[in-house]
Design a protein around this ligand. Structure first.
Ligand code: ASP
Ligand code: MG
Length: 418
């Protein structure tokens, strides 16, 4: 069974209601701020929004591939950089981009101020590299907004309860943005990115994949947990827990993208299946002779994000992200467990809220696999998902066949957003 693990609710300062002034949080990914010209374009969009009468908080990612370069640099210097120092290093990417955007805004005649995660009041636990936000102290941001400024917040980082700089895991600027939207009582969290929204499948694999107008939090959680890369999983959990409406949209156009929000009747009626996702970034482990309580305790202590779990007598099969492999190996070795690992499997997931009330999704899924001659190694389900593991080489054709079988490529597969 796969269960998306929901984070406990961090304490958020209740936002002071300001009559007549709505607030929006706008987040820009690395490609949106990749060079000086693009930074000026982001600044102009922020100024336009502010001039329309909205209080604007902007969260920016590091420029282009800057975070990757910093991680790489660390490893050129040291084979095992200390997590605390790595966080000190990689948090600077966001600091650079938000200072640059603030400068560009000033040149357009609007006041702006950049803040680090710490200055913005983002308090986290002490887990370097994937810290969780425990509190947002938004008074500084409120003060700056009251002073008619656009506030730029460095994404992906905070300050720990032990006063160290922490980062929130790769893709963590999404979570910064959603957390701020929740803390500030913003009308929406706009995520500007290099794709047009959330699609019925990865357009690179399925050329006729359609942009979805709206998906429910639950669907987006399942999609983000099973390969849709457009949002960090944790940001979706946060949005769901706090009811933040998220709008994922293109940074290059003014076109509407995909809304992620509470499920409603229309979503359930329109389409049975919302999308077919896939990932090849998971490792499947098979462990024998260790009690599940001990095994999962050790994995949790090592900060391994376990996904699918299957137990058969004394054998336990589980999957975890490729990135967590060193920690998983350490934990398993520490237990003296005999185990095997398989990194040649990909996971394909069929996701849709409509599956709760419509029978036949499993039948159509497995009939499609049979026609393809693909035999899944393991299957895991939730009320709105069927996921299965197949060899890497079969992943793309399986995604294509299921997309076709559920008729997701036709324009009316797309749900209209009210
Ligand atoms: N710059 C960080 C990363 O590349 C955080 C983010 O972009 O959201 O993971
Ligand atoms: Mg991202």
């Amino acid at each position: 069974m796969t269960e998306a693990a929901y984070e406990t609710l961090p304490e958020l300062e209740s936002s002071e209601t300001r009559i007549g002034a709505s607030t929006v949080v706008m987040k820009f990914g690395g490609t949106s701020v990749a060079d000086p010209e693009k930074i000026r374009r982001v600044a102009a969009r922020l100024v336009d929004t502010k001039r329309a009468g909205t209080r604007v908080v902007a969260v920016v990612s590091a420029m282009g591939y800057h975070t990757d370069e910093l991680v790489d640099l660390a490893h050129q210097v040291s084979p095992h950089p200390k997590p605390r120092e790595l966080d000190m290093l990689i948090s600077v990417g966001e600091r650079i981009s938000c200072a640059l955007v603030a400068m560009a805004i000033s040149d357009l005649g609007t006041d702006a101020i950049s803040l680090t995660g710490s200055q913005a009041g983002i308090v986290t636990d002490t887990v370097h590299g994937k810290a969780k936000i425990v509190e947002v102290k938004a008074h500084r941001i409120h003060r700056e907004l009251d002073g008619e400024r656009i506030v730029l917040v460095a994404g992906f980082q905070g300050v720990s309860t032990a006063y160290d700089v922490t980062t929130l895991g790769r893709g963590g600027s999404d979570t910064t943005a959603v957390a701020l939207a929740a803390a500030l009582g913003a009308d929406a969290c706009e995520i500007y990115t290099d794709v047009d929204g959330v699609f019925t499948a990865a357009p690179r694999v399925v050329p006729d994949a359609q942009k979805l107008h709206a998906v429910s939090y639950e669907e987006m959680l399942e999609m983000a947990a099973s390969g849709a890369k457009v949002l960090q999983l944790r940001s979706v959990e946060f949005a769901r827990n706090h009811g933040v409406k998220v709008h994922v949209r293109s940074t290059f156009t003014d076109e509407p993208g995909t809304w992620i929000r509470e499920e409603d009747e229309r979503m359930l009626e329109k389409a049975l299946i919302s999308g077919v996702t896939h990932t090849v970034d998971e490792v499947v482990y098979e462990v024998d002779g260790v009690r599940p309580a001990e095994l999962f305790e050790a994995l949790a202590a090592a900060e391994v994000n376990v996904d699918t779990i299957i137990q058969m007598d004394s054998r336990i099969v589980f999957s975890a992200p490729l990135d967590d492999r060193p920690q998983a190996d350490d934990a398993l070795t520490g237990l003296g467990a005999s185990y095997a690992q398989e990194d040649g499997l990909g996971k394909v997931s069929v996701v849709g809220a409509g599956m709760k009330s419509h029978p036949g999704v499993a039948a159509r899924t497995f009939a499609t696999l049979r026609e393809l001659g693909v035999t899944p190694k393991f299957v895991a389900t939730s009320p709105i998902k069927i996921a299965f593991y197949v060899p890497h080489d079969d992943v793309e054709k399986t995604v294509q066949a299921l997309h076709e079988a559920f008729d997701l490529g036709s324009a009316d597969a797309e749900r209209q957003h009210a």
